[in-house]
Design a protein around this ligand. Structure first.
Ligand SMILES: [Zn+2]
Length: 123
């Protein structure tokens, strides 16, 4: 997995590098909603998840996590509590080859951050 952190790109749309779809609109406070393409693993932020690819949702379910109302919740038999406390680690810890994660941060004072995970091939 590679992580690309952007601190000065808050007015730039994020496009999928595999197909060119504008997955995240051109501003964090844009009225437009993020729109996943076939290569989008997740669209999330520190407060919750907006989108999980079915393959990622299945991989998380195998580890005992379910998504409800934008929040990943550990089932009673889920693994490690450290993962539960760190949704970023949980989202990016699944075995998708060549995963690329973009973190777009608006910095202070807005403090807005969005995380988008991409992977070239998955079902
Ligand atoms: Zn794509």
């Amino acid at each position: 997995m590679q992580v690309l952190s952007l601190y000065h790109a808050t007015t730039t749309a994020l496009h999928c590098l595999f197909c060119g779809t504008a997955v995240v609109p051109d501003a964090l406070d844009d009225e437009g909603l993020p729109e996943a393409c076939a290569h989008t693993l997740f669209i999330a932020h520190p407060e919750g998840c907006e989108y999980l690819a079915p393959a990622l949702e299945a991989a998380l379910a195998d580890r005992g996590y379910t998504l409800a109302d934008g929040t990943l919740t550990a089932d009673a038999d889920a693994g490690d509590e450290e993962d539960e406390d760190d949704p970023f680690a949980l989202l990016t810890g699944m075995p998708f080859p060549d995963q690329l994660v973009v973190i777009r941060s608006a910095g202070n004072p807005q403090g807005l951050e969005i995380w988008v995970g991409f992977a070239p091939v998955f079902d």
